[in-house]
Design a protein around this ligand. Structure first.
Ligand code: GLU
Ligand code: MG
Length: 451
C-alpha cells in the first residue's frame, strides 16, 4: 500500500463518513475472521475512519493462533506475543448496521506495518485465488446459506424460540416480527435477501441471499450472521450458528453455492456433459470432488462439525455428487427449466459455519482451479441416498481423520503455502486436544455460542 493509495482511501473514507453521519452512525466495527472461524473486531469512532482507512487499526497477529475458546496455541508461524498488524477497512463494503443503531460495519484486510498484505490474511488468500482464476478467463459467483437456531433468553442452555413444526408456517407466525426485522436489517445493509424460512431442527431458521463475487459472498456471510445475532438480542433471543446446537439434533450447515462463469456465460449449464455441465463446469466440480476430504479441515473445521456431518441429516456426509441429492457432499442444482443459464450451480453441503468463509472459499476455488487446469472429469452422479449404496466413500468422521488429507494435499499446499497450512493444522490440533474425552453433549454445549 503506497502513499497514493493511502491518500485515496482517506478521501474515500471522508466522503463515506459524511454519508454515514447523515444516517446517525457514530462508530464503525471493523471485522476479520480468525483461523477457528470466530469473527473478531476492532471499532473506531466515525471521525477516525479516514485515519483507519489510510493507516489501518493496530491488531496483534496472534489471532491467527486463537482457538474457539480464546486460548492460544503456539505454532511455527503464529501464536507469539510479538508483532502488530494494521486492519484496513474495505470501504467498498462499508454498511450501516440498523439492528445496532449508531453502528456501521466494514470487513478488514490485514496488512503489516510496511503496507504489505499479511501472509495469513484469509481475505487476501481468497482474493489471490480469484485472481488466479481470472488470469485464465474465469469468474466465480458464490453465496453462503446461513442456518441458525434461535433460543429464548440469555442462558447458555438451548430453549427453542419457536414450537411449530419444521418448515411450518406456525414458526413464521410465532416469530413474524423477528424474521421481518432480520430481512429488513439485512436489506438495509445492502444485501439482497432471496428467501427466509423455518428449517428442520428445533428453533432453526435459514436465510439465503443473492450471489456475489467470492470475496463479496464471504463478507456477506459475516454481515448476515452478525445482523441475525443483533436482531436476535434485540428480541431477547440468542442465535446459534454452531454446526451442532444440540447433540441429538440436526445441525446448522454453511452450504456454499458456486458457479463458474466466462464472459458472463454460466459454465454450469448449456454444455454436453451430465445435466448440461460444460467441460469446464465439469472440471471445476471434479476438482472440488477429488479434494473433498482435504477441504474438510477448512470447511468443517471444528470438533462439532463432525457431530453434524453424519448420514441422514442432509449434511452431505459422502464424497460424491448428484443432481439435487441432499445427502451428497456436492449437490448439483440446475434450477428450473428456462432459467438454467444463470441458475445452475454447485452446492457444497458438507461445509458449516465454524469455517472461516474466506478460507473455505479460497480452498474450494484452489481445488476447483486445479480441476480446470488438469481437465478433471466426474465419476457417475449418485441419484440415491449414498448411505444405501456400496460405492460412495464416507467423508472423514472426525477432525482427527480430516487432518491428514489436509496436510498431505499438494494443491492446497501450493495455493496456501507452508505458513497457512501449518497454522490451520496447529489450530485444529489445538481444538482436538481441547475437546479430548468430551462427550457429544459437552462439545455441543461448549461450542454452541462461539460462532
Ligand atoms: N441443516 C442441514 C445441515 O446441517 C441442511 C438442511 C438443508 O438441506 O438445507 O446442513
Ligand atoms: Mg437449509
Amino acid at each position: 500500500m503506497d502513499q497514493e493509495e493511502r491518500t485515496r482511501r482517506a478521501a474515500q473514507a471522508r466522503s463515506k463518513a459524511e454519508e454515514l453521519a447523515g444516517k446517525g452512525v457514530t462508530g464503525v466495527a471493523v471485522t476479520w475472521v480468525d483461523t477457528s472461524g470466530i469473527t473478531r473486531v476492532k471499532a473506531v469512532p466515525l471521525a477516525r475512519l479516514p485515519h483507519a482507512a489510510a493507516w489501518g487499526i493496530g491488531a496483534s497477529p496472534v489471532f491467527d493462533a486463537f482457538l474457539l475458546d480464546d486460548s492460544i496455541v503456539q505454532g511455527r508461524f503464529a501464536g507469539g506475543p510479538v508483532g502488530d498488524l494494521r486492519l484496513h477497512p474495505d470501504l467498498d463494503r462499508l454498511a450501516p448496521l440498523t439492528a445496532l443503531p449508531g453502528w456501521a460495519w466494514a470487513p478488514a484486510d490485514r496488512f503489516d506495518q510496511g503496507g504489505r498484505p499479511h501472509p495469513l490474511d484469509a481475505r487476501h488468500l481468497l482474493r489471490r485465488e480469484v485472481r488466479r482464476l481470472a488470469a485464465d478467463g474465469f469468474t466465480v459467483r458464490a453465496a453462503f446459506e446461513v442456518e441458525w437456531a434461535a433460543s429464548v433468553g440469555e442462558g447458555d442452555d438451548f430453549t427453542p424460540a419457536c414450537a411449530g413444526p419444521a418448515y411450518g408456517m406456525t414458526r413464521l407466525t410465532e416469530r413474524a416480527d423477528y424474521l421481518r426485522d432480520i430481512m429488513e436489517a439485512v436489506t438495509a445493509a445492502g444485501v439482497t435477501v432471496v428467501q427466509i424460512h423455518p428449517e428442520y431442527a428445533a428453533g432453526q431458521y435459514e436465510i439465503s441471499v443473492d450471489v456475489d463475487t467470492p470475496v463479496g459472498a464471504a463478507d456477506t456471510a459475516v454481515l448476515v450472521r452478525e445482523t441475525i445475532r443483533a436482531v436476535s438480542l434485540n428480541h431477547g433471543l440468542r442465535s446459534s450458528f454452531s454446526p451442532k446446537v444440540l447433540a441429538g439434533g440436526v445441525g446448522n450447515g454453511g452450504h456454499v453455492h458456486v458457479s463458474l462463469w466466462r464472459d458472463d456465460v454460466n459454465l454450469m449449464s448449456g454444455g454436453q456433459g451430465p445435466y448440461g455441465l460444460t467441460s469446464e463446469g465439469e472440471a471445476f466440480t471434479a476438482g472440488v470432488l477429488s479434494h473433498l476430504p482435504a477441504l474438510l479441515a477448512v470447511g468443517a473445521p471444528s470438533v462439532a462439525s463432525y457431530l453434524r456431518l453424519v448420514p441422514s441429516h442432509w449434511a452431505g456426509a459422502f464424497a460424491c455428487w448428484g443432481l439435487e441429492n441432499r445427502e451428497a457432499a456436492l449437490r448439483f442444482v440446475t434450477g428450473a427449466a428456462g432459467e438454467r443459464h444463470h441458475a445452475a450451480n454447485l452446492e457444497v453441503k458438507c461445509f458449516d459455519q465454524a469455517a472461516n468463509p474466506y478460507l473455505a472459499l479460497a480452498a474450494l476455488l484452489a481445488t476447483a482451479h486445479d480441476g480446470l487446469t488438469t481437465g478433471a472429469t466426474l465419476p457417475p452422479p449418485v441419484d440415491a441416498d449414498p448411505a444405501t449404496l456400496d460405492g460412495p466413500a464416507p467423508l472423514p468422521s472426525s477432525l482427527e481423520e480430516a487432518l491428514p488429507p489436509f496436510t498431505a494435499d499438494p494443491v492446497l499446499a501450493r495455493a496456501f503455502g507452508e505458513a497457512v497450512i501449518d497454522t490451520i493444522a496447529t489450530v485444529r490440533r489445538g481444538e482436538i486436544a481441547l475437546f479430548a474425552g468430551a462427550t457429544p453433549e459437552e462439545i455441543a454445549a461448549r461450542i454452541r455460542w462461539r460462532h
